[in-house]
Design a protein around this ligand. Structure first.
Ligand code: ADP
Ligand code: MG
Length: 363
């Protein structure tokens, strides 16, 4: 699509034409789709007895990623965050479209970007069936199409009082990495926009530890196998893109219930043992406890699943975790009473003001 004002500049033609670019980097065989890239529409044939699950996520340069981020990792993440939404619904991926605004058509950037994107797509049998390409500030918008057996999608609205609350994998590492990367950039005076989001005091990771945490930030793993294994077991689920409390909060709202969480169990979600002894000690220290809690409870970008299931399903949840090779941790339970309560090990209530990340909050 082109507007009159942008007609002359809309094509990313600095180094290669729009159609060459699509042909070279984004046109692939699509054995599952009836029709892929190249026509006005792609065609998908819905499988019998399946419902389609559809989700869109946009990544904006400077907002969701550093403009100089590794393009391979960015390609991975752009699709991963979308697949994560399918996972949260218990859906399996089928196909996706890619809408790209690019400042220029630089093949040395596009090559690794498309490789990161398509490697993850191939790993999950998710076919690139179309998109749009235009010149503009770097912006990546993906729509994924998935499928789930009729009536079996996991929704946010199904949690019931008495249900257990679980989280997959680990939490807090992406946020830990982001805080330190933002600090580094601030110190270099490159970025003054994020000051308000930094917890203090901060952990100081060495280069190797930072690289480990950064991997979680930049190349998250969508929990697709767990999501499908939880069909018929979980009563509600959401993926954690904006922080545990915020995303669990969405389940509570939609299900009209409340929750009690144990801070000690939440703290255990940050896998300190993966890091050097120095970092592990720091992360276990009393001085950093509030910081670590904040990373775990309200740090974003983890792309784990938070879900609920009846206590009678504990063995089934463990079996789903095992079959999907995805660890899960029980961190609390759903209450009839609205609100989210955090209990300390001594039984006292933690006064908290942990906010999830909201793009429009506080300017
Ligand atoms: P139209 O002008 O009819 O919308 P385009 O000229 O924009 O079509 O795109 C031509 C074909 O290339 C279409 O099939 C479209 O889906 C596909 N396409 C465009 N950009 C991308 C992209 N970034 N990734 C994958 N397919 C793309
Ligand atoms: Mg188009």
């Amino acid at each position: 699509m082109a507007t009159a004002a942008s007609i002359r500049s809309a094509q990313p033609s600095k180094t290669m034409g729009e159609f060459d670019l699509i042909q070279r980097f984004f046109t692939r065989p699509t054995p599952r789709a009836v029709l892929g890239v190249g026509d006005d529409c792609a065609l998908l044939q819905p499988a019998p007895a399946m419902q389609q699950a559809i989700s869109t996520d946009m990544l904006v340069s400077g907002r969701h990623f550093f403009p100089d981020v590794d393009p391979y990792a960015l390609g991975h993440k752009a699709l991963a965050v979308n697949l994560s939404d399918l996972a949260a619904c218990g859906a399996s991926p089928v196909a996706f479209t890619l809408a790209l605004a690019l400042p220029d058509s630089n093949p040395t950037w596009l090559e690794p970007f498309s490789q990161g994107l398509l490697a993850l797509a191939d790993a999950h049998g998710c076919e690139l069936i179309g998109g749009d390409t235009t010149q503009g500030p770097l912006n990546i918008c993906i729509t994924v199409f998935g499928e789930v057996p009729h009536g079996q999608a996991l929704l946010r609205s199904g949690a019931r009082a008495g249900d257990d609350i679980y989280v997959s994998g680990s939490l807090g590492e992406a946020s830990l990495a982001l805080a330190q990367l933002l600090r580094q950039r601030q110190d270099q005076d490159q970025d003054r926009s994020a000051e308000t989001q930094m917890p203090a005091p901060m952990a100081q990771l060495n280069a190797a530890d930072l690289a480990l945490a950064r991997q979680r930030l930049e190349q998250p793993t969508p929990r697709l196998a767990l999501g499908t294994a939880l069909r018929g077991i979980a009563t509600a689920a959401a993926d954690i893109s904006d922080g545990l409390l915020g995303d669990l909060g969405h389940i509570l709202e939609r299900s009209r219930v409340g929750a009690s969480l144990e801070t000690a169990l939440a703290l255990g979600l940050l896998p300190r043992q993966r890091y050097s002894a120095t970092a592990a000690a720091q992360l276990a220290s009393a001085a950093l406890r509030p910081t670590v809690l904040q990373h775990v409870l309200s740090g974003g970008d983890d792309y784990e699943l938070v879900f609920t299931a009846a206590p009678a399903q504990r063995a089934a949840v463990q079996a789903a975790a095992h079959s999907s090779q995805t660890p899960v941790t029980r961190i609390g339970q759903i209450d009839a009473e609205p609100g989210l309560r955090l209990y300390e090990p001594d039984g006292s209530l933690l006064q908290h003001q942990f906010a999830s990340f909201d793009h429009f909050a506080g300017g």
